[in-house]
Design a protein around this ligand. Sequence first.
Ligand SMILES: [Zn+2]
Length: 270
Amino acid sequence: MPELPEVETTARELRPHLIGRRITEAIIYWPGAIAHPSAEQFSELIRGRRILNVTRRGKYLLFPLSGDRTLLIHLRMTGGLSVESAHRPAGRHTRVVLLLDDAQALHFTDQRKFGRLWLVDDPETILGKLGPEPLDAAFTAQVLAERLRGHRAPIKAMLLDQRCIAGLGNIYADEALFAARIDPRRPAESLNESEIRRLHVAIRSVLAEAIRAKGSTLRDYRPPMAESGRFQERLQVFRRAGVPCPICGTPIARVRIAQRSTHFCPRCQR
Ligand SMILES: [Zn+2]
């Protein structure tokens, strides 16, 4: 499932193809993909608008449009975006196609249909509850400490909570906790200052490295362009239950936290 590095990679790869393009028509194959407004209004309101930029906030893609509207897309489990020739027919999992003024089209495909599109005046109505961006300069160890203070939930569950920090999902939460040598089951409030500092560095370095590798290519996600992400080759614990820990050789353990599989080294992570 795409997390911050995969969504960031998608934004970067789409940007040169989409900035300045005008949306001439929206073809909606599955109206359920449109979260707001209605599918009919969405088509009507998006037609003729120019794409001014492609950015990211948490796991959301933002497309600021001319006329003070913003298109937001959340890929969720299996959503994907690609720029295709306008003549390319929709595939079995194509949910929405935005035809562009340069004989190209933006295809939104989504096998499991959890992904959503919004067309809004103010993106904050959707993004307002998100926690800080972990790669922003403003996200310091002190900010992380404040977000975790007083929370008894396992640290892994806190990292997955988008209101605590935006953009982390199961892959990078497990990898960051391994890099910080912190047991994912620990109550968030039990982390001391030096552990929080380690976790802060680990979150930022794991995400930055994954962006450099263009994200991880797993079953559910492929980047929009031909070149695939390569970070899956560098995963230390995620989906490696039973495999020896790369540091100490102890088999990687798997437990469930917040309904999600969690992978960690029972010896290195305390
Ligand atoms: Zn280990």
